[in-house]
Design a binder for this molecule. Structure first.
Ligand SMILES: NC(=O)c1ccc[n+]([C@@H]2O[C@H](COP(=O)([O-])OP(=O)(O)OC[C@H]3O[C@@H](n4cnc5c(N)ncnc54)[C@H](OP(=O)(O)O)[C@@H]3O)[C@@H](O)[C@H]2O)c1
Length: 278
């Protein structure tokens, strides 16, 4: 936020313009839609403006949406998109796994320094695995990772294992809640700093049990050996909930809606029409 007041009434919202980077991505596309639904004017950025236009124009309310072509690797390419914006939701990121964590840490450090220097209220939201339904044509990477015990994807399942071994469980948040949290924090006067946004966690056996419940045609047993005595770790989102934020969706909803959306778009086979048996 640039230090101006947070919009607190519908008329203030209607005259407020915000920028969303990475608008073709999982979180970016959902966030653009949520902001438009609330009445904000949105300046959305994408590397491929055509792709963004095809995706975002399906949300309607296009009179309040402008799309800009911007690339993180091109200096100055966000200048136009952020002009006149009260807030910028920076969700674009290169998802190359080998440089991902380092680039996140360095970016956050630099951006906090910059915000302090310029007197900008900066919020850094730390999401766990984000899942649930999606608007993108491709299945988002985080949903694919979550469903990797079902698909058996040999590249993605190790990512889930690595989250589990680093954190002691797999913390989750629903896509709608993570977007609501972004907007909630923008609308909180003076909110700044880091906020964890996780509704709850599952150990791997708990997760595979839930997946089996939602997608009963998959056998979870082979995946969870060695994890049965895993103790659930707690990742606290208290800093966020203490401000009054409320999560709408629990872990079970997230799994249920991820599976349903993946069946709908053909990523998971429909057990009824395709006669899948264990
Ligand atoms: N989803 C999760 O579980 C999760 C968890 C923790 C943190 N996050 C963070 O949340 C943010 C969004 O994640 P997501 O799940 O929405 O990822 P995503 O679906 O992969 O979206 C990433 C977005 O960034 C864009 N992008 C990639 N490289 C770019 C570049 N060089 N210049 C400009 N844009 C570029 C992509 O554009 P293209 O469409 O052109 O590829 C896409 O719009 C990321 O910062 C991610 O680190 C996500």
């Amino acid at each position: 936020m640039d230090g101006a007041d947070s919009p607190s009434s519908p008329s203030a919202v209607a005259t407020t313009t915000v920028c969303v980077t990475g608008a073709t991505g999982y979180i970016g596309s959902w966030l653009v839609r949520s902001l438009l639904q609330r009445g904000y004017n949105v300046q959305a950025t994408a590397r491929d403006a055509g792709k963004a236009s095809r995706l975002l124009s399906t949300f309607g309310r296009t009179g309040r949406l402008k799309i800009f072509r911007s690339d993180l690797n091109e200096e100055g390419s966000y200048d136009e998109a952020v002009k006149g914006c009260l807030a910028v939701f920076h969700v674009a990121a290169s998802m190359e796994f080998n440089v991902y964590i380092l680039s996140k840490l360095l970016t956050e450090e630099k951006v906090f320094e910059f915000a302090k220097e310029k007197g900008i209220d900066l919020v850094s939201i730390i999401p766990p695995t984000v899942a649930g339904p999606f608007l993108t044509t491709d299945v988002p990477a985080s949903v694919q990772v979550l469903l990797s015990p079902v698909t058996g994807d040999p590249n993605l399942y190790p990512i889930l294992l690595s989250v589990h071994s680093r954190l002691g469980s797999i913390p989750l948040v629903h896509i709608e809640d993570i977007c609501n949290a972004h907007i909630f924090l923008m609308e909180q006067q003076g909110a700044e700093g880091r906020f964890i946004c996780s509704v709850g966690s599952s150990t791997l056996p708990q997760l595979t049990d839930l997946l089996s419940l939602e997608y009963p045609y998959f056998s979870s047993k082979r995946f969870v050996e060695g994890f049965h005595d895993a103790i659930l770790s707690v990742i606290s989102s208290k800093r966020l909930t203490n401000l009054g934020f409320k999560f709408e969706y629990g872990v079970k909803d997230i799994i249920e809606q991820s599976v349903a959306c993946c069946i709908k778009n053909g990523f998971l086979k429909c057990p009824i029409t395709e006669g899948i048996h264990n």
